[in-house]
Write a protein that binds this ligand. Structure first.
Ligand code: PLP
Length: 351
């Protein structure tokens, strides 16, 4: 359909195959002759979509026994609050590596004591702090695997002495992760998993039920688990479309293949950023994200000309986030290497 090179940060590029299969489901869902938009979420066809989506995520991410997968509304931002509601009794530890991490801290503070174990805020979040100590008396430790706005990424995860919770919104399914290290993982779907409107929560049941506060129904993970993620109407279409994307990931080779492709895209782009005297990367090299590459033009007066050049090449979505400035090329799972080649070509030939 579109000839664009889509570098949008989120909602973001999906494989054409997943879009086509989603359109087909809107027209005729699972051979019912009805649209997926107009059938009951409790009908057997849609229940099977939910089960299939859970099973596919389990298999793609190698999720061990003991974890449940929920499909909730409210975005990753609601998880900032839900995590604390369900897990924070007295004190929680947070690693503050960006705007989203800071928002998570802010929400948790409504419910208890928050200890920020380390922060890179004073240098505009341009690196991932590494020498921090997670207090053993914290109820949990929260981190953000990929800092979508500034373009840094945790290259490894600590061995947390307490339950580890991670916001993986912008790099889930892009690399192998040992899920058993985490008590809870959440991700807004609109970066690497599917369209906006559904948030995936992967939670180990045994961490729940330990806080003394009363939890309102809609915020209660246990209740959502008990009701098999259908306590209320789930985001039916976003789940359906997400499944089409997951099937694509599976078909082309799973997370291993996604990891290889991510490395190839990132290498090509960062090489150009590093070798082209007109541009500079903004993040400490060892912490650079394989999903969001942030850079600036060294001579800001060239911006207008550069903007015209990439637009001319059919590129969209590389303007930096309003709180970071510069440029951000989001190079998510579904982005073909050819799109990165197109951008690199513009950077190389432009001056
Ligand atoms: C996009 C993003 C969010 C916000 O997600 P919403 O679904 O808009 O609430 C949170 N965390 C990270 C890491 C993100 O990339």
């Amino acid at each position: 359909m579109s000839m664009k090179h889509n570098f949008s940060a989120g909602p973001s590029i999906l494989p054409q195959e997943a879009i086509d299969a989603s359109i087909e489901g809107i027209k005729n869902f699972a051979g019912t002759g009805l649209s997926v938009l107009e059938v009951s979420h409790r009908g057997k066809e849609f229940v099977s979509v939910v089960e299939d989506t859970q099973a596919t995520i389990k298999s793609l991410m190698n999720i061990p026994e003991g974890y449940d997968i929920l499909f909730l509304g409210g975005g990753a931002s609601l998880q900032f609050l839900m995590v604390a509601y369900n897990l924070l009794e007295t004190k929680a530890a947070y690693l503050k590596t960006g705007v989203w991490a800071a928002n998570a801290v802010k929400e948790a503070k409504h419910l208890g004591l928050v200890e920020v174990v380390a922060s890179s805020e004073d240098t505009n979040y341009n690196y991932i702090p590494k020498d921090y100590i997670i207090p053993t008396d914290a109820d949990y430790f929260h981190c953000t695997s990929n800092n979508t706005i500034y373009g840094s990424q945790m290259q490894s995860f600590p061995n947390s002495p307490v339950t580890m919770v991670c916001d993986m919104s912008s790099d889930i399914l892009s690399r192998q992760v040992d899920v058993s290290k985490f008590g809870l993982i959440y991700a807004g779907a609109q970066k690497n998993m599917g369209p906006a409107g559904v948030t995936v929560v992967i939670v180990r049941k045994d961490i729940l039920g330990k806080v003394s506060r009363k939890i309102p129904s809609m915020l209660d993970y246990k209740l959502h688990i008990e009701k098999e993620t259908m306590f209320n109407t789930p985001p039916v279409f976003p789940i359906f479309a997400m499944l089409q994307n997951l099937k694509w990931v599976q078909k082309v080779g799973g997370v291993n293949e996604m990891q290889k492709r991510a490395a190839a895209r990132a290498e090509l782009l960062y090489n150009e950023i590093d070798n082209n005297p007109l541009f500079s990367g903004t993040i400490a090299k060892e912490d650079r994200s394989q999903m969001n590459a942030c850079f600036v033009l060294n001579d800001a007066s060239l911006e207008e000309k550069f903007n015209a050049a990439w637009k001319e090449a059919g590129i969209s979505g590389i303007k930096g986030h309003r709180s970071a400035g510069g440029y951000r090329a989001s190079i998510y799972n579904a982005l073909p290497l050819e799109s990165v080649e197109a951008l690199v070509n513009v950077m190389r030939t432009f001056n």
